[in-house]
Write a protein that binds this ligand. Structure first.
Ligand SMILES: Cc1ncc(COP(=O)(O)O)c(C=O)c1O
Length: 489
C-alpha cells in the first residue's frame, strides 16, 4: 500500500542539495504536524476548479456559478460524512484555519453564562480565544504529560462550567486524551465539549456520535492543511441551534436573508457565520482530501503511523543523550515525537537535519508554550522571559519535533536516527550562524557563508542566490551551547 500512496504525492519526488553531497537528496518530511502536502488528486481538484469552474457561489444564475455552488455545497456533506455528524441538527461552518474555527466556537459559546475549562496541553489557538471571550480555568497535567482526569472531575464538580475545550491529540506529544470519557463527564456536568481536532483529523477515525449519546462531541474544529489539502480551508462542526442563537461572526455578504435600512434577518447556519466570499477551491480540495483519506481507510492509516511512531520512539530512546517528552505510548499517541539532544540547542539540531540530510522537522515551542514549560520542568517561565529580554540567554526553551504522515516509511526514520547520532556526537559538517533570536520560535541557524559545502547545500531561490542571515552571535561545532531549558533554572 505504501508505495502506491507515495506515488500519489508529488512532494515525494522533491529533492534538495545537502551539505557535502554530490547529488541532491530526497526530502524526508517529518513536519506533518504543521502542514501536510496534497496528493495528486487533491491538487487536481483544486486546479480543475480554478481552470474550469472558477466562479463565485450562490446567487449566480449562470453555468459556472451553479456548478461552483454545487461543488462548494457538497463539501459540508463530505465533512459530516467524515466525522459521522448528523446534518439535521448540526452543521459545519467553513473557516480559513483551525484557529478561526476555535475562535468561532468560543464566540458562539460567549452567549452562554459560565466558565470554559481548557487544558495545559493546548495549542494557543485553543486557549487564547477562550480567554478573549470570558473566564477560563486550566486543567492540569500528570507528571508524564497526560491530562489529569481527577483535576477535570474536580473542576467540573466545583465550577459553573459551560464548555470543556480540549485537544483531540496534542501537537507536542501526540497524546490523545480519552475524549469519550471527557465528553461523558462534561455532559453529566451540564456543559458542552469542544474538540480541537487539528492534529486528529488525518490520523485517526473520528466519530462525533449522535447528539443523544452522552459521549458525543458538540463542537469539532479542524483544518484541511493538516489533512493533505492546500492552505486556507477549515471547518467548525457544531449544533445548528447554538450557531443560530447568535449574530453572525462576521456580518456581511452572505450572512443575511433580508436587509432594509431598519432591519435585517440573519441567514441560518452555516451561511450565517460564513461572511464574505469563502475559499471556494480550498473547500473543494479539502472535500477531496477527506474522500481520499476515507478511501485509504483511517484505520489502515492509524495502523501504519502507529508502527512508525513506535519505531521512531524506540530508536530515539535507544540513543544516549536524547530525551523524548510526553507519555510515549503508541496506543494513546498519534505520530508526534518531541525530543532534545543534550547540550545541543533545538534550533541547531533542526538546522543540521535540514542542511545536512534534507530532513524537515520543526523546533521551538510549537505554539504550546505552557505545555513545553511543563514538559521541560521550567518552573518560572516568566523569569526566562525576563532573562531573555535582558539578553542574558540565547538558547531558551524548546525542542525538536518529528511528525509522521501517511507516506513516511522506515528508511526515512533510520536516516533521522542516524543523523541524531551524528549530532549527538557533535560530528556535523557545517558551521552555523545564528540568524535571529527571539523567545521560543524564530531562533534560526543558517549555514555560514563560505562554510564548507555551502555552495551546494542551499536551495536556489529566484535569482539563484539566497540571503544568509547576519547573525547576532555565532555558535557552531566545538562551541558548547547552553542546554535547552537549563537556562531557565
Ligand atoms: C493542536 C492544534 N490546534 C490548533 C492549531 C492551529 O491550526 P491552524 O494553523 O489551522 O490555525 C494547530 C496548528 O498547528 C494545532 O496543532
Amino acid at each position: 500500500m505504501l508505495e502506491t500512496i507515495r506515488n500519489e504525492f508529488p512532494i515525494c519526488m522533491q529533492k534538495f542539495p545537502i551539505m557535502g553531497g554530490v547529488e541532491e537528496k530526497a526530502l524526508i518530511y517529518f513536519d506533518h504536524g504543521a502542514s501536510t502536502h496534497p496528493p495528486r488528486r487533491v491538487i487536481d481538484a483544486h486546479c480543475t476548479f480554478v481552470e474550469k469552474y472558477y466562479s463565485n457561489i450562490h446567487r449566480g444564475n449562470h453555468n459556472l456559478s451553479m456548478i461552483a455552488t454545487d461543488m462548494f455545497d457538497k463539501v459540508e456533506e463530505v465533512i459530516m460524512n467524515f466525522i459521522k455528524g448528523d446534518q439535521e441538527t448540526n452543521t459545519a461552518i467553513l473557516t480559513t484555519n483551525t484557529t478561526c474555527a476555535l475562535d468561532l466556537a468560543a464566540y458562539v459559546m460567549s452567549n452562554i453564562e459560565g466558565i470554559t475549562l481548557t487544558t495545559l496541553m493546548e495549542h494557543h489557538s485553543n486557549y487564547l480565544p477562550h480567554v478573549k471571550y470570558g473566564e477560563v480555568e486550566i486543567i492540569g497535567l500528570n507528571p508524564d504529560g497526560t491530562l489529569n482526569m481527577e483535576d477535570l472531575k474536580d473542576k467540573l464538580d466545583r465550577l459553573p462550567v459551560k464548555l470543556v475545550a480540549v485537544t483531540g491529540a496534542s501537537n507536542v506529544t501526540g497524546f490523545m486524551p480519552d475524549i469519550p470519557e471527557i465528553a461523558r463527564l462534561t455532559h453529566d456536568a451540564g456543559a458542552r465539549i469542544l474538540i480541537d481536532g487539528a492534529q486528529l483529523l488525518a490520523h485517526h477515525s473520528i466519530d462525533v456520535l449522535p447528539d443523544e449519546d452522552p459521549g458525543h462531541i458538540d463542537f469539532f474544529a479542524a483544518a484541511g492543511h493538516k489533512a493533505y489539502a492546500p492552505f486556507g480551508s477549515a471547518f467548525l462542526f457544531g449544533p445548528r441551534i447554538l450557531f443560530d442563537s447568535i449574530e453572525p461572526y462576521i456580518p456581511g455578504g452572505g450572512t443575511v436573508q433580508f436587509v432594509t435600512p431598519r432591519m435585517n434577518i440573519w441567514a441560518k447556519s452555516p451561511d450565517r457565520h460564513q461572511g464574505g466570499t469563502p475559499n471556494i477551491p480550498g473547500a473543494i480540495a479539502m472535500g477531496e482530501s477527506l474522500k481520499f483519506l476515507k478511501e485509504v481507510g483511517l484505520d489502515k492509516i492509524r495502523e501504519h503511523e502507529k508502527f512508525l511512531y513506535k519505531y521512531m520512539l524506540d530508536g530515539l530512546q535507544a540513543i544516549n543523550g536524547v530525551s523524548v517528552y510526553g507519555p510515549k505510548d503508541p496506543d494513546r499517541c498519534i505520530g508526534v515525537i518531541t525530543f532534545n539532544i543534550t547540550d545541543i540547542p533545538n534550533e541547531l539540531v533542526a538546522a543540521i537535519l535540514n542542511y545536512e540530510a534534507a530532513i524537515a522537522t520543526r523546533n521551538g515551542c510549537f505554539c504550546a508554550h505552557p505545555y513545553i514549560q511543563s514538559l521541560l520542568d521550567i518552573e518560572e517561565p516568566e523569569e526566562c522571559w525576563n532573562k531573555f529580554n535582558s539578553g542574558e540567554n540565547l538558547f531558551l526553551m524548546g525542542a525538536v519535533r518529528a511528525t509522521i504522515g501517511i507516506y513516511n516509511n522506515k528508511d526515512e526514520i533510520d536516516e533521522l536516527l542516524r543523523m541524531v547520532r551524528v549530532i549527538r556526537d557533535q560530528k556535523w559538517k557545517g558551521d552555523y550562524d545564528l540568524k535571529a533570536a527571539s523567545m521560543c520560535q524564530p531562533i534560526r541557524f543558517t549555514l555560514k557563508k563560505g562554510g564548507a559545502g555551502t555552495a551546494t547545500c542551499l536551495p536556489k531561490m529566484g535569482n539563484g542566490k539566497r540571503e544568509m542571515g547576519k547573525g547576532k552571535c555565532e555558535t557552531g561545532k566545538g562551541e558548547k551551547p547552553v542546554k535547552p531549558g537549563a537556562t531557565c533554572g
